[in-house]
Design a binder for this molecule. Structure first.
Ligand code: BTN
Length: 230
């Protein structure tokens, strides 16, 4: 049974989950219609305006060895979008969900310890009908439908918890790969201030990205890639 806590507006569902972790029954699902300080990966902000999107965090205890939580979450989000709208979304490594060339959802996974227990918070932001993105988010877009938001969040949470209860690395990786649309594409990325480019070849068993560059084969474990448009 998932404990559900709903907010109209909050700073960040991830922050709230982390601040209240010690008092929460697990698993708990925190949802909000708006975030005033939504956070993305790599210290970025996540634009979270009222009513047009859904911002939620699932806090739970991950099973030992379940290190593919973020890829599994990305698959669960794509599956929920398909179930609620029929739309087929794709994944841009590592955890951005795209529809028609636009980023429509993002995932921020954080792990921390509370009262001696390792906790995982998976935070997910989905743009359902948001239409007025700031100029500095040229990649952002919307799904173009509005589901019952609680039902959508519960669907993603239940799918992820069921994988947590009985996970197969092969199944997660193959579901992830089947939605990963960057394979074979020319991409760019930065490591220690230096820019590289190459062809995205695939992912390895840790969901790291294998890229063929002119400097040789490189394995990316985190960071951000951009697709080179020709
Ligand atoms: C990204 O695209 O960089 C990740 C975005 C994650 C946003 C979600 S919205 C719910 C949760 N609360 C936050 O502050 N961030 C995550």
């Amino acid at each position: 049974m998932i404990n559900i806590i709903k907010f109209d507006s909050i700073t960040s569902t991830n922050d709230w989950a982390k601040e209240n972790a010690a008092d929460l029954p697990l698993p708990s699902l925190i949802t909000a219609d708006e975030q005033t300080a939504g956070r993305g990966r790599l210290g970025k902000k996540f634009y979270s305006p009222g009513s047009t999107g859904l911002y939620f965090s699932l806090i739970f205890e991950a099973e030992s060895g379940f290190d593919l939580i973020t890829p599994a979450s990305a698959v669960c989000v794509c599956d929920a979008i398909k179930k609620f709208s029929g739309k087929e979304t794709g994944i841009k490594w590592v955890n951005d969900i795209f529809l028609n060339g636009k980023k429509v959802a993002g995932i921020l996974t954080e792990r921390f310890s509370s009262n001696g227990r390792m906790m995982t918070v998976v935070g997910i932001g989905v743009n359902f009908t948001t239409g007025d993105f700031p100029e500095d988010l040229p990649e952002a877009g919307s799904l173009g439908f509005m589901p019952d938001k609680t039902a959508f969040a519960v669907n993603v949470a239940e799918s992820l918890l069921s994988i947590n209860g009985n996970f197969s690395r092969d199944d997660i990786l193959s579901a992830y790969k089947s939605r990963l649309f960057i394979i074979g594409k020319e991409i760019e990325f930065e490591i220690n201030g230096r820019r590289y480019s190459g062809t995205a070849e695939g992912i390895n068993s840790g969901c790291n990205l294998i890229v063929n560059t002119k400097e040789g084969k490189m394995i990316l474990s985190s960071g951000e890639i951009s697709i080179i448009m020709r």
